[in-house]
Design a protein around this ligand. Structure first.
Ligand code: RP5
Length: 163
């Protein structure tokens, strides 16, 4: 039987996948099961409402939502679900993703979306691991090891410059 997904990765279009795939790869690194789908806020509004309403009851723990342009998907999902929602601003051809960023980050008080940098779906995946880690100590340990590796890699770069 397939493992119960803990993270739902959704996006406004399949054209967002080349950006969003980095979130899936980060979850793979930590062995976190996820599902991925297209749930367009503007083109599939009823599916979006259903997804947002059912996500928690289906056993998901975190949603990662990416969209570009008038990027309303993360905010709308945050309005529909009690789960934490991480927003990924997907950069499009025009405006370099600034439109996506502002659409996602400027949420009204009371409806939070944890917004990562433009195009940085990897950080969305890592943040989801941290959120799940609050309840799963094994993941916290994995995250600590990951951060130790990051620290060592950054320190090594400094060493190369100094020498
Ligand atoms: C947004 O419009 C999607 O999230 C995507 O970033 C953008 C373009 O979508 P397509 O025209 O490629 O389907 O809703």
């Amino acid at each position: 039987m397939a493992e119960q997904p803990r993270v739902g990765i959704v996006m406004g279009s399949d054209s967002d996948w080349p950006t969003m795939e980095a979130a899936a790869l980060a979850l793979d690194e930590f062995g976190v099961a996820y599902e991925a789908d297209v749930v367009s806020a503007h083109r599939m509004p009823e599916e979006m409402v259903r997804y947002g309403r059912e996500a928690h009851g289906r056993g998901l723990g975190v949603l990662i939502a990416g969209a570009g342009g008038a990027a309303h998907l993360p905010g709308m999902l945050a309005a529909l679900t009690p789960l934490p929602v991480i927003g990924v601003p997907v950069p499009l051809k025009h405006l370099d993703g600034l439109d996506s960023l502002l659409s996602i980050v400027q949420m009204p008080a009371g409806v939070p979306v944890a917004t990562v940098a433009v195009g940085n779906a990897r950080n969305a995946g890592l943040l989801a691991v941290r959120m799940l880690g609050l309840a799963e100590s094994d993941l916290v340990e994995q995250m600590v090891a990951f951060q130790d590796d990051l620290r060592a890699a950054a320190a090594a770069k400094g060493e190369r410059i100094r020498n």
